[in-house]
Ligand binder design. Structure first.
Ligand SMILES: C[C@@]1(CC(=O)O)C2=NC(=C\c3[nH]c(c(CCC(=O)O)c3CC(=O)O)Cc3[nH]c(c(CC(=O)O)c3CCC(=O)O)/C=C3\N/C(=C\2)[C@@H](CCC(=O)O)[C@]3(C)CC(=O)O)/[C@H]1CCC(=O)O
Ligand SMILES: NC(=O)c1ccc[n+]([C@@H]2O[C@H](COP(=O)([O-])OP(=O)(O)OC[C@H]3O[C@@H](n4cnc5c(N)ncnc54)[C@H](O)[C@@H]3O)[C@@H](O)[C@H]2O)c1
Length: 203
Protein backbone atom coordinates (compact mmCIF):
# COMPACT_ATOMS: atom_id res chain seq x y z
CA UNK A 1 0.00 0.00 0.00
CA UNK A 2 1.72 3.11 -1.31
CA UNK A 3 -1.09 5.64 -1.14
CA UNK A 4 -1.60 8.57 1.21
CA UNK A 5 -4.81 10.55 1.89
CA UNK A 6 -5.02 13.95 0.16
CA UNK A 7 -7.76 16.58 -0.26
CA UNK A 8 -8.01 17.45 -3.96
CA UNK A 9 -9.62 20.40 -5.76
CA UNK A 10 -11.06 19.09 -9.05
CA UNK A 11 -12.63 22.35 -10.21
CA UNK A 12 -10.15 22.78 -13.08
CA UNK A 13 -9.73 19.07 -13.80
CA UNK A 14 -11.17 17.02 -16.66
CA UNK A 15 -12.38 13.55 -15.75
CA UNK A 16 -13.14 10.55 -17.97
CA UNK A 17 -15.06 7.51 -16.72
CA UNK A 18 -14.83 4.38 -18.86
CA UNK A 19 -17.88 2.20 -18.30
CA UNK A 20 -21.43 3.15 -17.40
CA UNK A 21 -22.51 0.63 -14.75
CA UNK A 22 -22.83 0.57 -10.96
CA UNK A 23 -19.30 1.72 -10.14
CA UNK A 24 -19.33 4.43 -12.84
CA UNK A 25 -22.61 5.71 -11.39
CA UNK A 26 -21.15 5.86 -7.84
CA UNK A 27 -18.14 7.84 -9.09
CA UNK A 28 -20.25 10.18 -11.27
CA UNK A 29 -22.59 10.90 -8.35
CA UNK A 30 -19.62 11.78 -6.19
CA UNK A 31 -17.64 14.06 -8.51
CA UNK A 32 -19.84 15.58 -11.20
CA UNK A 33 -20.46 18.80 -9.27
CA UNK A 34 -16.81 19.11 -8.27
CA UNK A 35 -14.90 18.77 -11.55
CA UNK A 36 -14.58 21.04 -14.60
CA UNK A 37 -15.95 18.40 -16.96
CA UNK A 38 -16.99 14.78 -16.75
CA UNK A 39 -17.09 12.57 -19.82
CA UNK A 40 -18.38 8.99 -19.80
CA UNK A 41 -17.46 6.53 -22.56
CA UNK A 42 -19.55 3.37 -22.60
CA UNK A 43 -21.92 1.53 -24.94
CA UNK A 44 -24.60 1.82 -22.24
CA UNK A 45 -25.17 3.75 -19.01
CA UNK A 46 -27.51 3.49 -16.02
CA UNK A 47 -30.76 5.48 -15.87
CA UNK A 48 -29.20 7.74 -13.22
CA UNK A 49 -26.27 8.61 -15.54
CA UNK A 50 -28.69 9.28 -18.44
CA UNK A 51 -30.48 11.76 -16.20
CA UNK A 52 -27.18 13.43 -15.21
CA UNK A 53 -26.31 13.87 -18.89
CA UNK A 54 -29.59 15.75 -19.42
CA UNK A 55 -29.33 18.03 -16.40
CA UNK A 56 -25.60 18.65 -15.74
CA UNK A 57 -22.08 19.08 -17.14
CA UNK A 58 -21.78 15.32 -17.74
CA UNK A 59 -21.41 14.09 -21.33
CA UNK A 60 -21.87 10.54 -22.59
CA UNK A 61 -20.12 9.13 -25.65
CA UNK A 62 -21.99 5.97 -26.56
CA UNK A 63 -19.25 3.61 -27.77
CA UNK A 64 -16.56 1.17 -26.73
CA UNK A 65 -13.40 2.83 -25.43
CA UNK A 66 -10.27 2.88 -27.64
CA UNK A 67 -6.71 4.11 -26.90
CA UNK A 68 -7.29 7.39 -28.81
CA UNK A 69 -10.00 8.37 -26.23
CA UNK A 70 -7.45 8.59 -23.46
CA UNK A 71 -5.45 11.73 -24.28
CA UNK A 72 -5.87 15.12 -22.58
CA UNK A 73 -7.59 13.86 -19.44
CA UNK A 74 -6.45 14.81 -15.94
CA UNK A 75 -8.15 11.81 -14.32
CA UNK A 76 -9.31 8.51 -15.83
CA UNK A 77 -11.61 6.17 -13.91
CA UNK A 78 -11.61 2.59 -15.19
CA UNK A 79 -15.01 1.04 -14.47
CA UNK A 80 -15.77 -1.54 -17.13
CA UNK A 81 -16.59 -5.21 -16.60
CA UNK A 82 -14.20 -6.22 -19.41
CA UNK A 83 -10.70 -7.15 -18.14
CA UNK A 84 -9.22 -6.67 -21.64
CA UNK A 85 -10.47 -3.06 -21.82
CA UNK A 86 -9.36 -2.35 -18.27
CA UNK A 87 -5.88 -3.59 -19.13
CA UNK A 88 -5.81 -1.59 -22.39
CA UNK A 89 -6.60 1.63 -20.49
CA UNK A 90 -3.86 0.97 -17.93
CA UNK A 91 -1.42 0.48 -20.81
CA UNK A 92 -2.41 3.53 -22.90
CA UNK A 93 -3.31 6.17 -20.29
CA UNK A 94 -0.92 9.16 -20.60
CA UNK A 95 1.77 9.17 -17.92
CA UNK A 96 0.64 12.52 -16.45
CA UNK A 97 -2.93 11.25 -15.96
CA UNK A 98 -4.12 10.02 -12.57
CA UNK A 99 -5.83 6.66 -12.99
CA UNK A 100 -8.40 5.06 -10.68
CA UNK A 101 -8.44 1.32 -11.33
CA UNK A 102 -11.70 0.23 -9.76
CA UNK A 103 -11.14 -3.40 -10.83
CA UNK A 104 -7.72 -3.60 -9.18
CA UNK A 105 -6.88 -0.65 -6.93
CA UNK A 106 -3.16 -1.47 -6.73
CA UNK A 107 -2.75 -0.75 -10.44
CA UNK A 108 -4.02 2.85 -10.19
CA UNK A 109 -2.67 6.08 -8.69
CA UNK A 110 -5.80 7.17 -6.80
CA UNK A 111 -8.65 5.54 -4.84
CA UNK A 112 -12.05 6.88 -3.89
CA UNK A 113 -12.38 6.11 -0.19
CA UNK A 114 -15.81 6.03 1.40
CA UNK A 115 -16.46 9.31 3.22
CA UNK A 116 -18.62 10.60 6.02
CA UNK A 117 -19.59 14.22 5.36
CA UNK A 118 -20.91 16.74 7.84
CA UNK A 119 -20.63 20.04 6.00
CA UNK A 120 -16.97 21.05 6.01
CA UNK A 121 -16.06 17.96 8.07
CA UNK A 122 -15.09 15.07 5.80
CA UNK A 123 -13.79 11.79 7.17
CA UNK A 124 -12.38 9.43 4.53
CA UNK A 125 -11.93 5.76 5.39
CA UNK A 126 -9.52 3.43 3.65
CA UNK A 127 -8.60 -0.13 4.53
CA UNK A 128 -6.05 -0.20 1.71
CA UNK A 129 -8.51 -2.35 -0.25
CA UNK A 130 -8.43 -5.02 2.46
CA UNK A 131 -12.16 -4.79 3.07
CA UNK A 132 -14.46 -2.17 1.50
CA UNK A 133 -17.21 -3.72 3.64
CA UNK A 134 -15.25 -2.93 6.83
CA UNK A 135 -14.82 0.64 5.54
CA UNK A 136 -18.61 0.84 5.16
CA UNK A 137 -19.11 -0.53 8.70
CA UNK A 138 -16.62 1.98 10.15
CA UNK A 139 -18.55 4.76 8.44
CA UNK A 140 -21.75 3.56 10.11
CA UNK A 141 -19.97 3.51 13.51
CA UNK A 142 -18.61 7.05 12.99
CA UNK A 143 -22.07 8.31 12.01
CA UNK A 144 -23.18 7.61 15.58
CA UNK A 145 -20.40 9.78 17.02
CA UNK A 146 -20.33 12.53 14.41
CA UNK A 147 -24.07 13.16 14.22
CA UNK A 148 -25.78 15.66 11.90
CA UNK A 149 -25.36 18.52 14.41
CA UNK A 150 -21.64 18.49 13.58
CA UNK A 151 -22.51 20.31 10.35
CA UNK A 152 -23.45 23.56 12.11
CA UNK A 153 -20.79 23.01 14.79
CA UNK A 154 -18.04 22.80 12.12
CA UNK A 155 -19.39 25.97 10.51
CA UNK A 156 -19.29 27.63 13.95
CA UNK A 157 -15.65 26.51 14.45
CA UNK A 158 -14.81 27.93 11.03
CA UNK A 159 -16.19 31.37 12.02
CA UNK A 160 -14.52 31.32 15.45
CA UNK A 161 -11.17 30.45 13.87
CA UNK A 162 -11.44 33.19 11.23
CA UNK A 163 -12.33 35.77 13.86
CA UNK A 164 -9.52 34.67 16.17
CA UNK A 165 -7.00 34.66 13.32
CA UNK A 166 -7.92 38.23 12.33
CA UNK A 167 -7.84 39.47 15.97
CA UNK A 168 -4.95 41.15 17.74
CA UNK A 169 -5.19 38.70 20.70
CA UNK A 170 -1.93 37.24 22.02
CA UNK A 171 -0.81 33.92 20.58
CA UNK A 172 -1.63 32.21 23.91
CA UNK A 173 -5.14 33.69 24.05
CA UNK A 174 -5.82 32.70 20.45
CA UNK A 175 -4.78 29.13 21.25
CA UNK A 176 -6.91 29.04 24.42
CA UNK A 177 -10.06 30.16 22.58
CA UNK A 178 -9.55 27.67 19.73
CA UNK A 179 -8.89 24.88 22.25
CA UNK A 180 -11.91 25.78 24.41
CA UNK A 181 -14.44 25.43 21.57
CA UNK A 182 -13.04 21.97 20.84
CA UNK A 183 -12.91 20.87 24.50
CA UNK A 184 -16.42 22.18 25.26
CA UNK A 185 -18.32 21.81 21.99
CA UNK A 186 -21.33 24.09 21.49
CA UNK A 187 -23.99 22.37 19.37
CA UNK A 188 -26.88 24.73 20.09
CA UNK A 189 -27.12 27.21 17.20
CA UNK A 190 -28.33 30.09 19.39
CA UNK A 191 -25.48 29.53 21.85
CA UNK A 192 -23.04 29.48 18.95
CA UNK A 193 -24.37 32.88 17.81
CA UNK A 194 -24.05 34.25 21.39
CA UNK A 195 -20.46 33.02 21.60
CA UNK A 196 -19.58 34.66 18.29
CA UNK A 197 -21.12 38.02 19.20
CA UNK A 198 -19.31 38.05 22.59
CA UNK A 199 -16.08 37.24 20.79
CA UNK A 200 -16.64 40.12 18.35
CA UNK A 201 -17.28 42.51 21.27
CA UNK A 202 -13.87 41.63 22.71
CA UNK A 203 -12.06 42.38 19.47
C1 LIG B 1 -16.77 1.49 0.60
C2 LIG B 1 -17.05 1.63 -0.89
C3 LIG B 1 -17.26 3.10 -1.25
C4 LIG B 1 -17.44 3.41 -2.71
O1 LIG B 1 -17.03 2.69 -3.61
O2 LIG B 1 -18.01 4.49 -2.95
C5 LIG B 1 -15.91 0.98 -1.63
N1 LIG B 1 -16.28 -0.17 -2.14
C6 LIG B 1 -17.58 -0.44 -1.86
C7 LIG B 1 -18.22 -1.66 -2.07
C8 LIG B 1 -17.66 -2.85 -2.64
N2 LIG B 1 -16.55 -2.90 -3.41
C9 LIG B 1 -16.35 -4.21 -3.79
C10 LIG B 1 -17.38 -5.01 -3.25
C11 LIG B 1 -17.53 -6.54 -3.44
C12 LIG B 1 -17.04 -7.26 -2.19
C13 LIG B 1 -15.53 -7.21 -1.99
O3 LIG B 1 -14.77 -7.42 -2.95
O4 LIG B 1 -15.11 -6.98 -0.82
C14 LIG B 1 -18.19 -4.15 -2.52
C15 LIG B 1 -19.41 -4.49 -1.72
C16 LIG B 1 -20.68 -3.98 -2.31
O5 LIG B 1 -20.74 -3.66 -3.53
O6 LIG B 1 -21.64 -3.97 -1.54
C17 LIG B 1 -15.30 -4.72 -4.65
C18 LIG B 1 -14.09 -3.93 -4.87
N3 LIG B 1 -13.81 -2.67 -4.40
C19 LIG B 1 -12.56 -2.30 -4.84
C20 LIG B 1 -12.05 -3.35 -5.64
C21 LIG B 1 -10.70 -3.34 -6.33
C22 LIG B 1 -9.63 -3.84 -5.43
O7 LIG B 1 -9.87 -4.23 -4.26
O8 LIG B 1 -8.48 -3.85 -5.91
C23 LIG B 1 -12.99 -4.39 -5.64
C24 LIG B 1 -12.90 -5.74 -6.28
C25 LIG B 1 -13.47 -5.67 -7.70
C26 LIG B 1 -13.41 -7.01 -8.37
O9 LIG B 1 -13.38 -8.03 -7.69
O10 LIG B 1 -13.36 -6.98 -9.63
C27 LIG B 1 -11.90 -1.06 -4.57
C28 LIG B 1 -12.38 -0.02 -3.79
N4 LIG B 1 -13.55 -0.03 -3.10
C29 LIG B 1 -13.54 1.05 -2.27
C30 LIG B 1 -14.65 1.53 -1.63
C31 LIG B 1 -12.20 1.67 -2.20
C32 LIG B 1 -11.34 1.02 -1.10
C33 LIG B 1 -11.90 1.22 0.28
C34 LIG B 1 -11.00 0.57 1.28
O11 LIG B 1 -9.78 0.71 1.19
O12 LIG B 1 -11.54 -0.08 2.20
C35 LIG B 1 -11.68 1.28 -3.56
C36 LIG B 1 -10.17 1.24 -3.67
C37 LIG B 1 -12.29 2.37 -4.41
C38 LIG B 1 -11.74 2.58 -5.72
O13 LIG B 1 -12.02 1.78 -6.61
O14 LIG B 1 -11.10 3.63 -5.88
C39 LIG B 1 -18.22 0.78 -1.36
C40 LIG B 1 -19.42 0.70 -0.43
C41 LIG B 1 -20.62 0.96 -1.34
C42 LIG B 1 -21.86 1.31 -0.62
O15 LIG B 1 -21.88 2.30 0.14
O16 LIG B 1 -22.88 0.62 -0.85
N1 LIG C 1 -14.04 -0.25 -6.85
C1 LIG C 1 -15.19 -0.70 -6.43
O1 LIG C 1 -15.75 -0.20 -5.46
C2 LIG C 1 -15.82 -1.86 -7.14
C3 LIG C 1 -16.99 -2.44 -6.65
C4 LIG C 1 -17.57 -3.48 -7.36
C5 LIG C 1 -16.99 -3.90 -8.56
N2 LIG C 1 -15.85 -3.32 -9.03
C6 LIG C 1 -15.22 -3.64 -10.32
O2 LIG C 1 -15.45 -2.49 -11.17
C7 LIG C 1 -15.76 -2.88 -12.51
C8 LIG C 1 -17.15 -2.38 -12.93
O3 LIG C 1 -18.12 -2.95 -12.08
P1 LIG C 1 -19.66 -2.58 -12.25
O4 LIG C 1 -20.37 -3.25 -11.14
O5 LIG C 1 -19.83 -1.10 -12.43
O6 LIG C 1 -20.00 -3.33 -13.65
P2 LIG C 1 -21.29 -3.16 -14.56
O7 LIG C 1 -21.47 -4.45 -15.27
O8 LIG C 1 -22.42 -2.56 -13.80
O9 LIG C 1 -20.84 -2.05 -15.65
C9 LIG C 1 -19.83 -2.25 -16.58
C10 LIG C 1 -19.93 -1.17 -17.62
O10 LIG C 1 -18.79 -1.23 -18.50
C11 LIG C 1 -19.25 -0.99 -19.83
N3 LIG C 1 -18.28 -1.48 -20.83
C12 LIG C 1 -18.04 -2.77 -21.22
N4 LIG C 1 -17.11 -2.78 -22.20
C13 LIG C 1 -16.76 -1.48 -22.43
C14 LIG C 1 -15.85 -0.86 -23.33
N5 LIG C 1 -15.14 -1.56 -24.23
N6 LIG C 1 -15.72 0.50 -23.29
C15 LIG C 1 -16.47 1.22 -22.41
N7 LIG C 1 -17.34 0.67 -21.54
C16 LIG C 1 -17.49 -0.67 -21.56
C17 LIG C 1 -20.57 -1.74 -19.86
O11 LIG C 1 -21.34 -1.35 -20.98
C18 LIG C 1 -21.17 -1.30 -18.53
O12 LIG C 1 -21.80 -0.05 -18.65
C19 LIG C 1 -15.61 -4.39 -12.53
O13 LIG C 1 -14.30 -4.69 -12.95
C20 LIG C 1 -15.84 -4.79 -11.08
O14 LIG C 1 -15.19 -6.00 -10.78
C21 LIG C 1 -15.27 -2.30 -8.34
Amino acid sequence: MNKIPLMVDLSNKTVLIIGGGTVAERRAKRIHKKCKSLKIISPDVTAYIKDLVIRSNVSWIKKNCTPSDLSKQDIIIIATNDPVVNQMVLKHAPTHTWVNASHDAGKGHIDFPITLERGKLQIAISTGSSSPLLAKKIKKDLELTYTSNYESYIEFLFHVRNLVKSSSFSKKRKHNILQSVVDQPIFDVEKQAEFLSKLKEQM
